[in-house]
Design a protein around this ligand. Structure first.
Ligand code: OXD
Ligand code: MN
Length: 591
C-alpha cells in the first residue's frame, strides 16, 4: 500500500495496541464502499432506505448518550498549559498518551481496524493536507468517504516520506465516562475514544480541519476558519465571494445555500455554495485572500431543513446520503424529522429506536441534533469552483451572532484591526430551546470557541498579523438576523432575504455606496438596503433594525473586557491592539 516508514511504524504501533483481528485499507473504490455498506446492513449498524425514493441512502442510530460533540471531553494537549489557553480543556501529551493508550489497549479484539487515507482539500493541491484515520467503525469509514477525499491517490500524495495527520479512533466500550477527543498539535495527532457520533469521530472535520489546522495555519501563515463560503453571481456573470462565521444555531447552512428572493432572481442574480462549515484561506499571488472548502460533503442538522427553509440542502440529501438519528418512516422506508413537513408519519421508529406515531407522540421523532451526511456534488447550487484547487477570492468576511437587541442588521468595521475586534467580541444569546436561561450571552469569537487548537490570545494575534500580510484584504462586516420586537418576534425575515444585506456588503466592497460612520463602525443608510418585494418591511423598519443602543453597547463592552481577562488568565496572550480597540469603542460610545 505504502512504503512510508512513518506511516507503517505508527500503524504497527496502533495495531499492536488495539489488537484488531483484521486490518483493512480503504482504497476509495465504489466496489469496496458497497461491500462495507452491505456489511453494515448485515450487522444492523445501518439500514438501507427506499432505493426508489432515496437511492443509495442509509439510516444509522448512535447510542442514546452519544448524540453530539462533547466539548467537556475535548482536550488540546500541549506541553505547556499556556499554549492551549483558558478557553480550551488542557491535558499534557504525556498524560494523554498514558490515559488513552490504556483505553485503546486490546479495544479492537474481535473487530476490524480500517485504515482511511484522506485529504482535506483537492488531493495534492497547494491548500490540501493529508490525514490517516484508523477506526473500528464502518459508519465512520462511510461518512469519511462522503465528507473527505479518500483513497489510494491520497497515499500516493503522501508518498514515501510525506507528512500526514495521525487520527486514532476506537469505539472501545463506548463508556461515556471515559470518552475523550484529544488533539495533540505538537505531534499532528488526534485521538478519539468511546464515541460513535460524527463530530467526535469523523476526525477530518472539527478535529483536523479546525483544531489541528488552526495551529498549522498559524505556523505556516494561513487561516483555518469555521466559515461558510458563498458566491453571488450578477446578471453579467461576475461572481463575488464572501465567507461567514456564525455560532451554531444561526443558520449557516441555510445562508450558504441561499435562494435569491424574486426581486434579485428575476434580474438574473444567482447564489453558489462553495462550503457550509469550514474555510481554509491563503494569500494569493494577486494579494487577495483565497478560500477553499477542505470538505467534500455536508454534515448538516436535519431538523428544520425543508423544501421551504433550504431546498438546496434537502435536494442534496436525496441520494447517497447517510442519515443519523432521524425518524424512520416505516410506511415507505424513508426518513422524517421535525420541520421537514407537516405530515409526521404515524407508523415510524424514533431516533432512539422505539415505535413512534407522529399523530400522538409527545416526544420528538428525530433528535434535535440529528444529521445528514450528503455528498457536496448533490447540491443544486454547488459552485463551479468547488473543485478549483486555487479556491475563490474573498471580497468580504462576515461575522454574526444571535442578538435580540444589541447588534444592528449589518455594519462594517472601521479597519482590519477593528474587524478582528468585532470577530473577537462575537456572541450569541441562548434561546429558550437551547437552555433554561434565555438571553444569556455566550462569547464565541469568530465561532471558533470550541475549535481553536491553541491559545485564543495568540489566535487573535495571528488574525492581526494576517491583516498586515494581505496586500488587498477582504472587508469585514457583522450581521444580525435575529433582532426582535417588544413581543419577542423576529423583525427581519431572514433566509433568502438575507441576500439584501449581502448585496449591501458587496456594494461596500466595490466602493459603490456610501455609509454612516458611527461609534460601532460603518452603518448603511437605511434606503440602501433593498426592500422591494418584502412584505411588512419598509425603509423605516430598516432604520429600526439599524439602531444602536449605546447603553447596551457599553454593557456589551464590559462583557468583552471580562472575556479578554479570562483569556489573559492563562498565558497573558491577549494582543494589546484589541484592548485598544475596546477602549476606542468605549470612548466613541461616550461615558
Ligand atoms: C457543526 C458544529 O456540526 O459547528 O458544524 O457544531
Ligand atoms: Mn460547524
Amino acid at each position: 500500500m505504502t512504503k512510508n516508514k512513518k506511516l507503517l511504524a505508527w500503524l504497527d504501533e496502533m495495531v499492536e495496541l488495539n489488537a484488531p483481528d483484521k486490518v483493512v485499507w480503504i482504497d476509495g473504490s465504489e466496489e469496496q464502499i458497497e461491500e462495507l455498506r452491505a456489511t453494515a446492513c448485515k450487522t444492523g449498524e445501518m439500514e438501507k432506505l427506499n432505493e426508489e425514493m432515496l437511492p443509495g441512502c442509509y439510516l444509522h442510530r448512535t447510542a442514546i448518550n452519544d448524540v453530539a460533540r462533547v466539548e467537556g471531553r475535548t482536550f488540546i494537549c500541549t506541553t505547556e498549559r499556556e499554549e492551549a489557553g483558558a478557553t480550551n480543556n488542557w491535558m499534557s501529551p504525556k498524560e494523554t498518551y498514558e490515559k488513552l493508550y490504556k483505553l485503546y489497549k486490546g479495544s479492537m479484539k474481535g473487530r476490524t481496524m480500517y485504515v482511511i487515507p484522506y485529504s482535506m482539500g483537492i488531493v495534492g493541491s497547494e491548500f490540501a493536507k493529508n490525514g490517516i484515520e484508523l477506526t473500528d467503525s464502518i459508519y465512520v469509514v462511510l461518512n469519511m468517504c462522503i465528507m473527505t477525499r479518500v483513497g489510494n491517490d491520497v497515499l500516493a500524495s503522501i508518498g514515501d516520506d510525506g507528512d500526514f495527520v495521525k487520527g486514532m479512533h476506537s469505539r472501545a466500550d463506548m463508556n461515556e465516562e471515559e470518552r475523550y477527543i484529544c488533539q495533540l498539535p505538537e505531534d499532528n495527532t488526534i485521538m478519539s475514544v468511546n464515541s460513535g457520533y460524527g463530530g467526535n469521530v469523523l476526525l477530518g472535520k472539527k478535529c483536523f480541519a479546525l483544531r489541528i489546522a488552526s495551529v498549522l495555519a498559524r505556523d505556516e501563515g494561513w487561516m483555518a476558519e469555521h466559515m461558510l463560503i458563498l458566491g453571488i453571481e450578477d446578471p453579467q456573470g461576475n461572481v463575488k465571494y464572501v465567507t461567514a462565521a456564525f455560532p451554531s444555531a444561526c443558520g449557516k447552512t441555510n445562508l450558504a445555500m441561499l435562494i435569491p428572493p424574486e426581486y434579485y432572481a428575476s434580474k438574473g442574480y444567482k447564489v453558489w455554495c462553495v462550503g457550509d462549515d469550514i474555510a481554509w484561506l491563503r494569500i494569493g499571488e494577486d494579494g487577495r485572500l483565497w478560500a477553499v472548502n477542505p470538505e467534500n460533503g455536508f454534515f448538516g442538522v436535519a431538523p428544520g431543513t425543508s423544501e421551504k427553509t433550504n431546498p438546496n440542502a434537502l435536494a442534496a440529501t436525496r441520494k447517497g446520503t447517510i442519515f443519523t438519528n432521524v425518524c424512520h418512516n416505516l410506511d415507505n422506508n424513508t426518513v422524517w424529522w421535525e420541520g421537514l413537513d407537516k405530515n409526521p408519519p404515524e407508523h415510524a421508529v424514533d431516533w432512539k429506536g422505539n415505535p413512534w406515531n407522529g399523530k400522538t407522540a409527545t416526544e420528538k421523532g428525530a433528535h434535535p441534533n440529528s444529521r445528514f451526511t450528503a455528498p457536496a456534488v448533490n447540491c443544486p447550487c454547488l459552485s463551479k469552483e468547488f473543485n478549483n484547487p486555487k479556491g475563490v477570492p474573498i471580497s468580504a468576511i462576515i461575522f454574526g451572532g444571535r442578538r435580540a437587541k444589541t447588534a444592528p442588521l449589518v455594519y462594517q468595521s472601521r479597519s482590519w484591526q477593528h474587524g478582528v475586534y468585532m470577530g473577537s467580541a462575537m456572541a450569541s444569546e441562548t434561546t429558550a430551546a437551547a437552555s433554561g436561561a434565555v438571553g444569556v450571552v455566550r462569547r464565541d469569537p469568530m465561532a471558533m470557541l470550541p475549535f481553536c487548537g491553541y491559545n485564543m490570545g495568540d489566535y487573535f494575534a495571528h488574525w492581526l498579523e494576517m491583516g498586515k500580510k494581505i496586500p488587498n484584504p477582504p472587508k469585514i462586516f457583522n450581521v444580525n438576523w435575529f433582532r426582535t420586537d417588544d413581543e419577542g418576534h423576529f423583525i427581519w425575515p431572514g433566509y433568502g432575504d438575507n441576500m439584501r444585506v449581502l448585496m449591501w456588503i458587496l456594494a461596500r466592497c466595490e466602493d459603490k455606496i456610501g455609509a454612516q460612520e458611527t461609534a460601532i463602525g460603518w452603518l448603511p443608510n437605511p434606503e440602501d438596503i433593498e426592500v422591494e418585494g418584502l412584505e411588512g418591511i419598509d425603509t423605516e423598519t430598516i432604520r429600526g433594525l439599524l439602531s444602536v443602543d449605546a447603553d447596551l453597547w457599553k454593557q456589551d463592552a464590559d462583557g468583552v473586557e471580562e472575556f479578554y481577562k479570562k483569556i489573559d488568565s492563562v498565558g497573558n496572550r491577549m494582543p494589546k491592539e484589541l484592548y485598544e480597540e475596546l477602549a476606542g469603542l468605549r470612548e466613541r460610545l461616550g461615558k
